[in-house]
Design a protein around this ligand. Structure first.
Ligand SMILES: [Zn+2]
Length: 408
C-alpha cells in the first residue's frame, strides 16, 4: 500500500505541503478516492499572501479529477483555515483547483478543450459525464478567465446586433468586433441603456479608436453610439438592410398568398424560402420552380425583383453612384405600388446617409452573418431560469475568441 500512495503522490505532483494520506477504491461508484492531507508548518492567507497560523480544518471537500483507467477519480481533503491578523479566518488556496470549483484544474482544462473541440455541448458533456449545470459552471469560469485576459487594443470596426431571444419579444444585443470576427459582449435588452452598457464594457482608450459602428436602423442604438462614440460613423450595412428587404418580400407574399388561396389558387403555398434564396445559391430544381413562379407575374415576384435589384447598390463602390442608384431604385419601387416595399424604401431613405457610410468603411457581411448563424446554434442549449446568463456564456465561449486555457 505505501508504494501505491507514493505512486499517486508522484502522479499528482503536489507541493511539499500536501501529501497523499490514503487511496481507496470505492465500489459504489465505482471510483477512486485520493485523500490528501496538509502537512506544512504554516499557511498563507488567501487574501494577502502573508503567513499565518492554522486555525482549524474546513469540512471535507471533494474535487473531481481526471479518470484513472476508466474510474472516476476524486481528490478529498480537509483544507486548513488560516488565521490572518488583517483578514481573520480564511480557507487557504489549494494548488489543484480554483476557488469554489468542484473540479481540479486538470479536469477543467480537459473539459474546456473537449467543449471547444466537440460538435455539440451535449456530446462533450456526455464524454465528460457531466450534467448540464456542471458543464455550465465550467464554461462560466472559462469565460470569466478569458474576459479578464483580453487585451486593451483599439477596435476599429464594431457591429451591434440584436437577436430575438425566447418567445414574448425578449431580445439580446450583441457587440461584435468586425475585424477580429469575435463577440465582445452581450446584454439582455435592445434599449439605449443596453447599448450604452455594451459600449461601456470596454476601456475609454479603446472606444476612442473606433472608426465605425454598424447597426440596425434602430434609434436606441444610434443614441448610444452618438453619446459614447462621437467620432465613429454609424453604418447601416448590408447585413441589416437585407433583413428588411426580405421581410417586406415575405409580407407581400403572405398577403398575396391569402388572396390567391381565397380564389382557390395554391401557387404561393410553401414558397416562403424560395423568395429568400439568391439565384446563384439555388439548386437546379429550386431554380426551375423559381422560374415557374416568376413566370406567373405575381406581386411577390415583382417585390422580389426589387429586393434583388438592391443588391447592386452595394457593388457600386462609392457614395455618389450609390446615391444615384438609390433614386432610380426608389422610383421603380413607387411604380410597383406595393405597400410593404414602399415602407422599406421610406425607411432606407430616412437613413440613407448612414447607409452610404458603408462605402467609407471596409466591411464585409461575412463576419456578421457568420457570427449570427453560430450564435443561433446555442440558443437551444441555453435554458433554465437563468437562460440569458447561460446564453451569454455560450456565445462568449464559442464566439468570443477568448484565451480560456488553464495555467498553473
Ligand atoms: Zn491576510
Amino acid at each position: 500500500m505505501p508504494s501505491l500512495i507514493a505512486h499517486y503522490q508522484q502522479l499528482l505532483g503536489l507541493p511539499e505541503t500536501w501529501k497523499v494520506s490514503d487511496v481507496r477504491l470505492s465500489m459504489s461508484g465505482p471510483r477512486i478516492e485520493i485523500h490528501l492531507e496538509y502537512i506544512g508548518p504554516k499557511v498563507e492567507c488567501p487574501e494577502c499572501g502573508k503567513a499565518g497560523r492554522i486555525y482549524d480544518l474546513a469540512p471535507e471537500q471533494r474535487w473531481r479529477h481526471l479518470d484513472t483507467m476508466e474510474y472516476e477519480t476524486h481528490l478529498i481533503a480537509r483544507v486548513p483555515r488560516c488565521e490572518c491578523k488583517e483578514h481573520r479566518i480564511k480557507t487557504i488556496k489549494v494548488p489543484w483547483a480554483t476557488r469554489y470549483s468542484r473540479y481540479t484544474l486538470k479536469f477543467e482544462a480537459l473539459a474546456v478543450e473537449l467543449l471547444q473541440e466537440c460538435s455539440s455541448i451535449q456530446s462533450a458533456s456526455r464524454l465528460l459525464r457531466l450534467n448540464w449545470h456542471a458543464t455550465n459552471e465550467i464554461m462560466n469560469r472559462a469565460v470569466k478567465r478569458g474576459l479578464s485576459r483580453r487585451n486593451k487594443e483599439a477596435i476599429a470596426h464594431l457591429g451591434l446586433d440584436e437577436k430575438s431571444f425566447r418567445a414574448g419579444h425578449q431580445y439580446v444585443t450583441i457587440l461584435n468586433d468586425l475585424k477580429g470576427g469575435r463577440v465582445l459582449e452581450v446584454v439582455q435588452s435592445r434599449t439605449t441603456d443596453g447599448a450604452e452598457a455594451l459600449l461601456l464594457s470596454f476601456e475609454a482608450s479603446q472606444r476612442q479608436g473606433v472608426k465605425s459602428i454598424s447597426m440596425d436602423m434602430w434609434k436606441p442604438f444610434a443614441i448610444a453610439a452618438k453619446k459614447h462614440l462621437p467620432q465613429a460613423d454609424i453604418v447601416h450595412d448590408r447585413f441589416h438592410i437585407s433583413k428588411y428587404l426580405n421581410e417586406a418580400v415575405d409580407t407581400v407574399r403572405r398577403q398575396e398568398s391569402r388572396q390567391l388561396h381565397h380564389a382557390g389558387d395554391r401557387t404561393l403555398i410553401g414558397s416562403k424560402f424560395t423568395w429568400l434564396r439568391n439565384p446563384e445559391n439555388m439548386t437546379e430544381s429550386q431554380r426551375t420552380s423559381f422560374d415557374q413562379l416568376m413566370a406567373c407575374e405575381l406581386k411577390t415576384g415583382k417585390a422580389w425583383s426589387m429586393k434583388n435589384m438592391f443588391r447592386e447598390f452595394w457593388r457600386l463602390g462609392c457614395r455618389e453612384s450609390a446615391s444615384f442608384f438609390f433614386d432610380y431604385w426608389s422610383e421603380r419601387v413607387d411604380q410597383l405600388a406595393l405597400k410593404p416595399m414602399i415602407k422599406v424604401k421610406e425607411l432606407l431613405k430616412r437613413h440613407l446617409d448612414n447607409i452610404l457610410n458603408y462605402f467609407e468603411h471596409e466591411m464585409t457581411n461575412a463576419v456578421s452573418e457568420g457570427l449570427n448563424s453560430k450564435i443561433q446554434l446555442y440558443k437551444a442549449s441555453a435554458r433554465g431560469f437563468h437562460s440569458f446568463h447561460s446564453y451569454r456564456i455560450r456565445i462568449l465561449f464559442y464566439c468570443g475568441k477568448l484565451n480560456m486555457a488553464i495555467t498553473g
